[in-house]
Write a protein that binds this ligand. Sequence first.
Ligand SMILES: NC(=O)C1=CN([C@@H]2O[C@H](COP(=O)(O)OP(=O)(O)OC[C@H]3O[C@@H](n4cnc5c(N)ncnc54)[C@H](O)[C@@H]3O)[C@@H](O)[C@H]2O)C=CC1
Ligand SMILES: O=C(CO)COP(=O)(O)O
Length: 617
Amino acid sequence: MPIRIVADLRDQVQAPALSKPPKDNTAPERAVLAQWREAQAVCFDVDCTVTQQDSLDLLAEFLGRGDQVAHLTDKAMNGEVSLEEALRDRLRIIDCTPEELTSFIQAYPPTTRLTKGVSKLISALQARGKAVYLISGGFRELILPFARELGIPPTNVFANRINWQVDDETGLVTRMVGFDERELTSKQGGKPAAIAQLREMYPYETIAMIGDGITDLEAVEITGGADIFIGYGGVVVRDAVRDGADWFVNDFEDLSQALERHQVAFIGSGAWACAAAKLVARNCQLSSESTGEFEKAVRMWVYEEQIGDRKLTDIINERHENVKYLPGVNIGDNIVACPDLLETVQGADVLVFCTPHQFTRDICRQLRGNVNLDAVAISLTKGMRVRAEGPQLISEMVRKNLNIDCSVLMGANIAKDIGNEELSEATIGYAVPANGELFKRLFETPYFYVQLVPDIAGAEMAGTLKNIVALAAGFVDGLQKGPNTKAAIMRAGLNEMRSLAERIYPTVRDNTFFESCGVADLIATCYGGRNRLVAEAYVHAYQSGSPKCFDILEAELLAGQKLQGVLTSDEVQSILQVRGWEADYPLFTAVNGIINGLLPPTAITEYKSAAITSQWQ
Ligand SMILES: NC(=O)C1=CN([C@@H]2O[C@H](COP(=O)(O)OP(=O)(O)OC[C@H]3O[C@@H](n4cnc5c(N)ncnc54)[C@H](O)[C@@H]3O)[C@@H](O)[C@H]2O)C=CC1
Ligand SMILES: O=C(CO)COP(=O)(O)O
C-alpha cells in the first residue's frame, strides 16, 4: 500500500510557485519568545503537526481510497471548503469497520508516525509544569494512541467522535455513520472555542497554539482564543499559515531550545546569598543534565574584598566556598564568582537579588538599562526603603528600576543551617504564577521545601518586620527572662507585623503570616538569628556599665555580616511617626526607643507603657 512520505507532501504543497516571497518570521520577536516561555498551556494540532501524516489520509490509503480523501483534506486545511463539509465527505469515503481501524492503528503505531522532535518538546513542556493539550479536527480513535504515547491525559484531548452503527441483533459495532456534530472541533472556529473553554476552566494567563493549518491559525484570531500562534512547517508549509504565524518553525528543536537554559545571575554573596546560591547551583546542575531548563553555570556578583593577600572572588572560584561569609560550605563548582556587576547580569534572564537591603538601591541604579528586558527577578533581601511618599519594598524597587517582574523568597532561613542541608522551608510570593513556579524549581531541594503564595507584599513585609521583633527577643534574652516573656513579645510582635503590613498594603493576605515567611521566620530569627544575638549583646554591654552601639557590636560579632533589624526599625518608625501610628505599634516603638538609647533595655518588658514615653524624646 503506498504511503505518502513527508517529502512528497511537502513537494506537493510547495510545488506551485509562491506568489510572494516567504515572510521570514522564523526568528521570534522578543515578546513572542517571552510569551512562549511563559505560556502555562500549550495546545497542539495533531495531523501534520504531531503526526507526520494526516491520519484520515493515511487510513484512506490503508483502505485503498487515499487519493480521494487527500484531495479533500488539503482543501479543508487551505480553507477552501468548510471543515464540517470536508469531514463529512472524507468519512463517507473512508467508511470502515472497527476491525479495519484497529488493524490500521496496529500497522502504523504512534512511535512510527510522530514528527521529529515533538516528543522531546512535549516532555520538556511537561517537565516545566505546563499543561499540554491536543486540539484536533480529527477523530479521538486515531488521536488517543498518540496522547497515550506522549503522556497526555485523555481529558486534555479535544477531538471529534465517530458515530458507530450498532447491529440490532448482535449488539456489535459494525460501521461508521458520520460523527458527533456537537463536538467543538467538528465546526469552523472549533479550536478557539476549545481554548476559550480551557480559559473558563483554568486561570491560564498565556496559551500557545501550534499547528500547520488554517484552523489552527484561527485559534489566535478570535477573542478568547490563544495568545500566540506558532506555525509548524515540518510536514506541510501553507503560505497563509506561515504569514499569519507569530513565529514559524520547521523544526520543533527551535521551540525546545527556546524553552531551555535560563541563565541565572545571583546578586550578592553574603551568608544567606551563599547558602541560597548552593540550592540554585544544585538545581541548575541537575537541570542541565535533564530538562535543560537552566544553564549549568551561575554567575554570582561578589562585592570584592581582600582576604589576606587574595581576592575573595578568586578564593570562591578556586575553593567553591565563601571563606568569609559562609565558611565550611561548598556552594557548588558551577557558581562563578564575578566582581563586576554588569558582567554578572550580562545575558541573564533570571536575576536573584540577595544583598543587605541598604545596598540594593545603588545596585538597581547601576543595573538600570543593563538587564535583559525579558528577565524575571526574585528578591531574598529582607528590608525596605522609606521615601517621602511612603515605604518601598525591595521587590518594588527592582520592579520599578528595571521594569521587570520581581517575586520574593522569604522564610525561616538561617543561612548556616541551610548551608549544612538541614530541613528548612520558604515561601515564594509571586504576582505571575509561571514565575512563582519557575523560582520554585530553581530553589526547591529535598531539604528545602517551597510554598507559593500570590502575595508578594505580605511575604516581604513579614520577612522585613520580623527583624524588629527579633531585636526585642534579643533584649528579652539579654535580660535573662524566661520563655513566657519571650513568647508574649513574639506574639505581640506578630500582631504588629500583620497589622502594619495589612494597613500599608491592603492586598496582604492574613494567611501569609502562617506560612514560613510569617510565624516560622519569626520563631527561627527570635531564637537563632543575628539580630537576636546582637540585641542580647547590647543588653549585656549596657548592664556592664560599658554600653556599646549597634555598629560596634555588629562589627565585633558578625565579621562583616550585616544587621537588618536596626535600620529597619528606624525606617519603620519614620513611617509610624509621619502617619501618627506610633501608639498602635507599642512594641515596634519601644524597640526603636531602645536601639536609639532613648529607653533602657528593660523597657522591653513594659513595652505598652514604655513606648508612650519614648515617643516624645
Ligand atoms: N543570613 C541569614 O541567615 C539570612 C539573611 N537574609 C537576608 O538576606 C539579605 C542578605 O544577607 P546575607 O546574604 O546574609 O549577607 P551578610 O550579612 O552575610 O553579608 C553582608 C554582605 O554585604 C556585602 N557588602 C558589604 N558592603 C557592601 C556594599 N557597599 N555594597 C554591596 N554589598 C556590600 C558583603 O560583601 C557581604 O556579601 C539580608 O537582607 C538578610 O536580612 C534572609 C534570610 C536569612
Ligand atoms: O532572616 C533570617 C532568618 O530567616 C536571619 O535573620 P538574622 O539577620 O537576624 O540572622
